[in-house]
Design a protein around this ligand. Structure first.
Ligand SMILES: C[S@@+](CC[C@H](N)C(=O)[O-])C[C@H]1O[C@@H](n2cnc3c(N)ncnc32)[C@H](O)[C@@H]1O
Ligand SMILES: Nc1nc2[nH]cc(C(=O)O)c2c(=O)[nH]1
Ligand code: SF4
Ligand SMILES: [Mg+2]
Length: 236
């Protein structure tokens, strides 16, 4: 079964969530069932990069990972778009494991696939109000109930007060899961000046808020590490 691939890049550092800092390759699939107002990867679904989409088999993708990353990787992150829309990713996950790679997945948690139970690090990122999306938490519940909880983390992006309140409700709903608050990046045009200072200011605001909140004691607060370095540049 062929997989719609938008980009293959790396090695780079995983900039987000439960394996932040980990050296990894990225496979980014095309297409999303959401339309977040602040999506930093709109090109995966808004048609602007439709000529870059390639229909590839798992073997094609493995060959490309090796062509791009050489032998300098043993971890692959699958992101999108929403990779969870793609049934055929099961063949890629199986092949990556056979080749000795760990596999991480980034998804919003709007759809379950059987192959998710094989993912080493599954990041579920339900969308807060500022995204303009309304998350169906019953679907999120059902994914969480089908996957080994040790391998799951929740990651909520925070731009404003309402997002922070949403993050709290999600953490309270699943207190047993690792929980990450991630600073929202409004500077999607990579040519914005002083992006690092601006993002660090927002990071500090989020840290201050969490430090004063007794209902948010067992959480992680992170920036998107790659955006501090490279802003919203593609392919890093
Ligand atoms: C581009 S999405 C692709 C995976 C999946 N569709 C999802 O949203 O989880 C990857 C991650 O980037 C986060 N993200 C997207 N735009 C962002 C922004 N402007 N600031 C901070 N995080 C953002 C998403 O919340 C998600 O956790
Ligand atoms: N370095 C780097 N880390 C990331 N973590 C999650 C990403 C994503 O777009 O899903 C991402 C990305 O695009 N780049
Ligand atoms: S769910 Fe993820 S890829 Fe889809 S629009 Fe939202 S941030 Fe972008
Ligand atoms: Mg990204």
């Amino acid at each position: 079964m062929k997989i719609p691939v938008m980009e293959v890049f790396g090695p780079t550092i995983q900039g987000e969530g439960m394996v932040i800092g980990r050296k990894t390759m990225f496979v980014r699939t095309a297409g999303c069932d959401f339309r977040c107002s602040w999506c930093d990867s709109k090109f995966t679904w808004d048609g602007t990069a439709k000529d870059d989409i390639r229909m590839m088999t798992a073997e094609d993708i493995m060959n490309e990972l090796k062509a791009v990353g050489g032998d300098c990787f043993d971890h692959v992150t699958i992101s999108g778009g929403n990779p969870a829309l793609i049934k055929g990713l099961s063949s890629l996950v199986t092949l990556l494991h056979a080749e000795g790679c760990e596999v991480a997945l980034e998804t919003q948690g709007s759809k379950f696939q059987d192959w998710m139970t094989d993912i080493n690090q599954l990041t579920l990122s339900p969308k807060p109000p500022s995204s303009g999306m309304v998350h169906n938490l019953a679907v999120l519940d059902s994914i969480i109930n089908q996957v080994n909880k040790e391998r799951i983390s929740l990651k909520v992006v925070v731009f404003d007060d309402a997002d922070y309140a949403f993050a709290r409700t999600i953490h309270q709903r699943y207190p047993e899961l690792k929980f990450y608050l991630q600073v929202g990046n409004p500077y999607l045009d990579e040519t914005v000046s002083n992006h690092t200072e601006k993002l660090l200011e927002r990071y500090e605001e989020l840290i201050d808020r969490v430090m004063d909140d007794h209902q948010m004691n067992s959480v992680f607060v992170t920036p998107q590490l790659h955006t501090l370095l490279w802003s919203n540049k593609k392919g890093v």
